[in-house]
Design a protein around this ligand. Structure first.
Ligand code: PEP
Ligand code: MG
Length: 520
């Protein structure tokens, strides 16, 4: 049979060769529960949600996987989510439909947050499936092959990912999902090669011969003898990654990692990150009725700082807007930036002060880590001054802001902002969208409006704004880094360095390749 070459997104590293086992979805059980006339009441739904939550809490696992299970269980116990299910039921929706719509709404809120959170959204789909399957009763047990196999599935839930036996499963392939979903984090932690979003996975049958290259996100269906030999020689991908990591030449700029939770620290260090260039703190606040306490925040920041002793960690204070409703925040601003960025925090000073104080406490407990604290989406010099004053009053030493809107790159404004702070970070995701007049938000019907590709940051109208910011920061002798997704795009990264950026921050998984491209 001729070899076929299929492409997806790789998770972690490693190569596996073996026979496929294709897992079917429990469609029949789901269809049965959705049948008109088969109405299932609120109590049964609540029981099913709590039972899945308990199941998650009782999964015997540790570390990253345990954190994921607990986070998902918390979502299921969220009374706001249950209220939405209830509302759909009272409008006459069937149980499965009510659950799907409520979970989809929660997922859209995550998507609207962009970046890291958007990649968490698929977990909500798995959770809905799991609750519906629970309502449908026991599914027929799956008969797995006795020999080790490569698991092929549309998707894999974080709970199922945590239960994978690395002695029996050689690798995991899914047609859905993203490399930074909870499931992917768990599979990577189990050191299993994984490829998600595989195009053409429909060609794979149970028993198909597969060679999975997780580092390159490639799958060979019916690989040739030469291909198998190639991968089993010293040139295999594992060795290449180790070579990249052991390359002791320094990259031309500091390469940092973007993280959304302290449990991702180990992966960032293993990928060679010199520190953290963007720690998104939104996960602490999301889905809460009250802001997290200083003690809760301290625990998370302290874990993060402890993992990066001797290194630099840039934490961004809360960046939420009212497309991502949080009950404890007052609205702020008007126009296209209404309820976005730093202005929301300045309108809610008690929330900002608690966060700054928790950060200062974490710094005091971890004096060997260099904590830099920055605010999202600054809109004026006055805002930058106000934030810097509050952060310094909280005893934070390195204070910065993110440049994410075109207006603040104007001559006169950018110099004033740089003067007010110690460093600058350019958020190319938002800056590119706003410079090109597109929205990052998800429309009410779930359609994503105005999505852009990474290369659009290289358009002259965007690059000129970035150039202005970098030039002004260089002239003032203050550090300036890039932490949007385009920092991981080698072509863009080289341009940013040529313009004078001194650090790039990207997803951990992409750092080894980024370093290699910059040194090539
Ligand atoms: C950005 O806008 O480039 C950025 C890094 O922030 P976020 O993706 O979290 O909005
Ligand atoms: Mg942003």
């Amino acid at each position: 049979m001729a070899e076929r070459f299929l492409v997806g997104a790789g998770v972690g590293s490693g190569v596996a060769h073996g026979k496929a086992f294709v897992l079917a979805r429990p469609e029949a059980a789901l269809a049965q529960i959705s049948k008109p006339g088969n109405r299932i009441g609120l109590i049964a739904i609540q029981k099913a949600m709590l039972s899945v939550a308990e199941d998650l809490e009782n999964v015997t696992t540790v570390g990253d996987a345990k954190d994921v299970m607990m986070a998902l269980a918390m979502i299921l116990r969220d009374p706001v989510l249950f209220d939405v299910v209830k509302a759909h039921l009272s409008e006459g929706a069937e149980a499965a439909d009510a659950l799907r719509r409520a979970f989809a709404r929660f997922a859209r809120q995550l998507e609207a947050l962009g970046g890291y959170f958007a990649e968490r959204a698929p977990d909500l789909g798995y959770l809905a499936n799991r609750v519906i399957a629970e309502l449908a009763g026991d599914l027929p047990p799956v008969e797995f092959p006795s020999e080790p196999f490569i698991l092929v599935s549309d998707s894999i839930s974080p709970m199922d990912a945590a239960k994978l036996d690395p002695n029996r499963v050689l690798a995991v392939i899914t047609t859905d999902g993203t490399p930074t979903s909870h499931s992917a984090i768990i599979v990577r932690a189990a050191k299993l090669p994984m490829v998600v979003g595989l195009i053409g996975a429909g060609l794979i049958r149970t028993g198909s011969d597969l060679l999975v290259d997780a580092n390159a996100g490639q799958v060979f269906l019916d690989p040739t003898i030469e291909r198998i030999e190639h991968y089993s020689t010293a040139a295999n991908l594992d060795t290449q990654v180790i070579r990249l990591l052991e390359d002791d030449r320094e990259a031309p700029v500091t390469l940092l990692a973007n993280l959304g939770s302290s449990f991702e620290a180990a992966g960032a260090l293993a990928a060679g990150a010199k520190g953290v260039g963007l720690f998104r703190t939104e996960l602490l606040y999301l889905g809460q009725q009250e802001p997290p306490t200083r003690a809760e925040q301290f625990a998370e920041y302290s874990n993060l700082l402890a993992a990066f002793t001797g290194k630099r960690v840039l934490v961004r204070v809360l960046d939420l807007d009212f497309d991502k409703p949080l009950p404890f925040l007052r609205e702020a601003g008007t126009g296209k930036y209404a309820n976005r960025g730093l202005q929301v925090l300045l309108a809610n000073p008690e929330v900002l002060e608690t966060q700054l104080s928790a950060l200062a406490q974490a710094q005091a407990a971890n004096p060997k880590t260099e904590l830099w604290v920055m605010a999202p989406m600054v809109l004026s010099v006055a805002e930058a001054l106000q934030f810097a004053e509050m952060a310094r009053a909280a005893s934070l030493k390195k204070v910065g802001v993110m440049i994410e809107v075109p207006e603040v790159t104007e001559p006169g404004v950018i110099e004033g902002i740089i003067d007010a702070v110690d460093f600058i970070s350019i958020g190319t995701n938002d800056l590119t969208h706003y410079a090109l007049g597109k929205s990052r938000h998800v429309a009410g019907d779930g359609a994503v409006s105005g999505t852009i590709s990474l290369s659009e940051t290289r358009k002259p109208e965007v690059l000129n704004l970035i150039r202005r910011v970098i030039t002004a920061a260089n002239a003032a002798g203050k550090p300036v880094g890039i932490c949007g997704e385009s920092a991981s795009d080698p072509e863009s990264a080289k341009l940013f360095i040529a313009l004078g950026a001194d650090s790039l921050s990207a997803s951990s998984a992409l750092l080894p390749q980024l370093k290699a491209a910059l040194l090539a």
